[in-house]
Design a protein around this ligand. Structure first.
Ligand code: SAH
Ligand code: SF4
Length: 348
């Protein structure tokens, strides 16, 4: 007789973990214990879950596989930022970044291995799509980075590889496991999802009960430019995006961030800045300017710091709340858009 196929326990969100526990005839409080072993304490096997009855542990092991991501490379930046390359259970690889600050530890995690959206300035987009991540694979990135720093994770952002709203259910389940007090206990407002503008995802996200935070990668408020640099979001045009974001703020009372990677000669011209101001004005938005991080082969060049300050000043004088992203980890290619499927040590 062949052994029955076991599924990956990381594919389960908090609700599924509860049903799995009851299907194995266990009382409901065991779900919290299991969640805590998997995503709070993070142990490598069911055998290590010492306060679960032995029979339950072996029933879990008969039905599910449990394999933590393995850190195959860790790079440390002079500014304290660390970039991790993980190998997942099936051999897929993803990256995460840990960004320490005085009173915070922010983890930037991936929601997919690769990305199918093909944005021209983004290293991930250029590398293509491999697969969606499971909820547990997202929480483990966050938990294991926290463990490496020996600190509690205060913030987690879905700004690593992948488009979170192309993997909506798993991303939400992952956020809930991170938010769960038995998991990582990160406050909902400190959990941020960044989308390139997948409108159905934004509409759903607005209606989730938790106060998660939303960021949208805008990068140009001129349709023709955006179509060129973000070719696969064309189907969700800017006029609709703006309307959906205004509805989002009306419904949630929360302010989304508009991410804008300033690309010299592409989206920093007076006409582009005027279009951005018109897009962002009159509702509760916040523009975050990021001097584009050059990615080999993209042709996207980084503007001078002075140019970024000028764009910020123009936006502010048009009444748009604007900040400039402080950059971390650029010396180890850990900055935005530099996470890639390529050039890793294992490829050598
Ligand atoms: N797919 C999602 C989340 C991951 S990308 C999204 O696009 O929002 C994380 C952030 O890095 C996004 O705002 C993305 O637009 C930005 N980014 C990508 N490439 C970049 C680059 N070369 N320089 C600066 N930011 C970049
Ligand atoms: Fe994907 Fe975001 Fe990169 Fe675009 S910017 S290719 S959506 S990861």
């Amino acid at each position: 007789m062949t052994e029955p196929q076991r599924a990956d326990i990381a594919s389960l969100g908090p609700m599924d973990l509860a049903s799995c526990v009851s299907a194995l005839g266990q009382p409901s409080y065991r779900a919290k214990q299991l969640l805590s072993w998997l995503y709070g304490r993070v142990v490598p096997s069911f055998e290590d879950m010492t306060d679960l009855p032995a029979g339950f542990r072996s029933a879990l092991a008969a039905e599910w596989t449990l394999q933590l991501p393995e850190a195959v490379d860790v790079q440390r930046s002079a500014d304290g930022t660390r970039k991790y390359l993980w190998r997942l259970a099936d051999g897929a690889t993803v990256e995460s970044v840990g960004i320490p600050a005085e009173d915070r530890l922010t983890v930037c995690f991936s929601t997919q291995a690769g990305c199918a959206m093909g944005c021209t300035f983004c290293a991930t987009g250029r590398g293509g799509f491999a697969r969606n991540l499971h909820p547990g694979e997202m929480v483990w990135q966050v938990a294991l980075v926290g463990r490496d720093f020996g600190e509690r994770v205060s913030n987690a952002v879905a700004m690593g590889q992948g488009e979170p709203f192309n993997n909506y259910d798993a991303t939400l389940a992952g956020l809930r496991l991170m938010n769960n007090p038995a998991g990582q206990g990160v406050g909902a407002r400190h959990l941020t999802v960044s989308t390139c503008g997948v409108i159905p995802g934004i509409e759903r996200f607005a209606r989730e009960p938790e106060q998660f935070t939303l960021a949208v990668s805008l990068h140009s408020a001129v349709q023709a430019t955006r179509d060129r640099i973000m070719p696969r979001v064309r189907r969700w045009p800017l006029t609709r995006l703006r309307k959906v974001l205004i509805d989002y703020t009306d419904f949630t009372g929360r302010r989304p961030t508009l991410e804008y990677a300033v690309i010299e000669g592409t989206n920093d011209t007076p006409a582009e800045v005027a279009a951005l101001a018109a897009f962002a004005r009159g509702w509760m938005s916040h523009v975050n300017l990021i001097p584009v991080n050059p990615v080999t082969g993209t042709g996207a060049s980084r503007p001078s710091h002075r140019r970024v300050l000028e764009v910020a000043a123009a936006l502010r004088s048009a009444g748009v709340e604007t900040s400039i992203r402080s950059e971390r980890g650029a010396d180890i290619d850990a900055a935005c858009g530099q996470l890639t499927q390529k050039h890793r040590p294992s490829d050598a």
